[in-house]
Write a protein that binds this ligand. Structure first.
Ligand SMILES: [Zn+2]
Length: 442
């Protein structure tokens, strides 16, 4: 029989796993890629209509992108913002996608301007003279003769022109993943196909020219679909607060290859219609470009705040741990990583693998007692509900590295929650040092 005082009960929480073949990571937004659509010899659309500015899409996208990059750097100083281009250079979509993937972007935002096929109008500008001929035939058979007599007529002169489009506003595009494809389903069920979590390099090895490559790319697109939709919705909502029309979210497969080819949530923003009189002027103005940059940046900031603070809802399960675990941590030094002052005696600690999920295994001791033994860290939280010992001035939480994973050292992300306050600590431990966090009562 185990007496109750020999047992400490801890609540271990596991993330509820969706039945999707690919698990969602809780990776934070650290890098954002901004792509100015087109460039160089690829001019994109053109404002060529009567009363138009003859502006080129590639210039507008670059100017808005440069402003968006500056705005994001201002609003999100901790995030790396990487533009695909800052000058008028040509890049094919593959190069753009490679820049995004190699920089391990967490978000990919493409800036474009929309265009519609324009109708041709005509108007009379005056009159001009035209020469026509009266034709007469005389005689019969072989003697039949044709005579043409010229005469002059006055006819209207017309001028033809392109009519600017009525349609204006901002729309957001997503890559449409083929969810119903039987072939895709078969591939997703095949465990031999590796879909690493987070920043894996596998994506860059995909050959998009093969059917298999395209299917794998679709898996990525599918995997990020939810997040892409979330960001797109937020951008649309922010646009809606401006004076210009928010045209909503759209999905297509053709023409937005670059969205499919990026290993991260991705959206394409058609900022406005270069073929519309007012939109084209707005897109070319400092004021318009700045308003778009600020509007998009606001939506990105909201998205980041939400993603960064969304932790999966745990399912709780009570596990009993004996307290007589040998204190093997004693022969390693203690590396005190942080002191956290708490207002209340009860607090919660969530443990994740930080960065790459590479098989880090830890044991955890609280005030010298083993609370977790040989636990593998993943992107799903392991939750400890702990209390401050009223007899101690300092309460010690110690992380002992059982291994160093595939990528040394052993890194854990610890999220401490007390009421509404969250504190994050990156815990590094290795074969010589234990990672220690001290908790004290305020
Ligand atoms: Zn475009």
């Amino acid at each position: 029989m185990i007496k109750l005082n020999f047992v400490i009960k801890f609540i271990i929480a596991f993330l509820f796993l969706s039945n999707s073949a690919v698990s969602q990571t809780i990776k934070k937004i650290k890098t954002i890629i901004v792509d100015a659509g087109h460039g160089g010899k690829d001019f994109g659309a053109r404002g060529a209509y009567e009363g138009g500015l003859n502006s080129n899409e590639k210039d507008i996208t670059l100017q808005i992108s440069n402003k968006l990059v500056a705005e994001l750097q201002k609003q999100l100083p901790d995030v790396k913002i990487i533009p695909t281009r800052t000058t008028d250079i040509y890049q094919n979509p593959r190069e753009k996608a490679t820049i995004a993937n190699e920089n391990k972007g967490d978000l990919f935002i493409c800036i474009h301007a929309d265009a519609v096929k324009l109708q041709t109008g005509r108007r009379q500008t005056g009159y001009h003279q035209e020469t026509r001929y009266h034709v007469k035939y005389a005689g019969k058979g072989r003697k039949r003769k044709k005579t043409s007599t010229p005469y002059t007529v006055t006819v209207p002169t017309y001028e033809y022109y392109k009519i600017g489009s009525q349609r204006s506003g901002t729309s957001i595009w997503l890559f449409a993943a083929h969810k119903t494809s039987d072939k895709l389903k078969a591939v997703m069920d095949n465990e031999d196909i590796q879909i690493g979590s987070g920043a894996d390099s596998a994506y860059n090895d995909i050959d998009f020219d093969t059917p298999e490559g395209r299917i794998r790319a679709k898996i990525y697109a599918d995997r990020y679909q939810k997040k892409s939709i979330k960001l797109a919705t937020m951008v649309d909502e922010e646009i809606d607060k401006t004076d210009r029309p928010a045209l909503g979210l759209n999905q297509r497969q053709k023409g937005i290859w670059v969205l499919q080819a990026t290993n991260m949530p991705a959206i394409l923003i058609e900022t406005g219609f270069i073929t519309n009189h007012d939109d084209e002027r707005y897109l070319n103005s400092e004021k318009g470009q700045q308003e778009l940059a600020e509007t998009i940046a606001r939506a990105v900031k909201k998205y980041k705040d939400e993603i960064d603070h969304t932790l999966p809802a745990p399912i709780q399960k009570i596990i009993d741990y004996p307290t007589n675990t040998p204190e093997k941590y004693a022969d390693r030094t203690k590396n005190i990583l942080k002191r956290i002052d708490l207002n209340q005696p009860d607090f919660k600690v969530d443990l994740y693998d930080d960065g790459d999920v590479d098989g880090d295994i830890v044991s955890v001791y609280y005030n010298g007692k083993a609370v977790l033994t040989n636990i593998k860290l993943t992107d799903q939280p392991i939750t400890l509900n702990l209390s401050l010992d009223p007899d101690k001035t300092e309460n010690e939480l110690l992380i002992y590295a059982e291994n160093e994973g595939d990528i040394p050292p052993n890194t854990a992300l610890m999220v401490v929650t007390e009421g509404n306050t969250r504190t994050e600590v990156r815990v590094i431990s290795d074969t010589k040092k234990n990672g220690v966090i001290l908790f004290t009562k305020k």
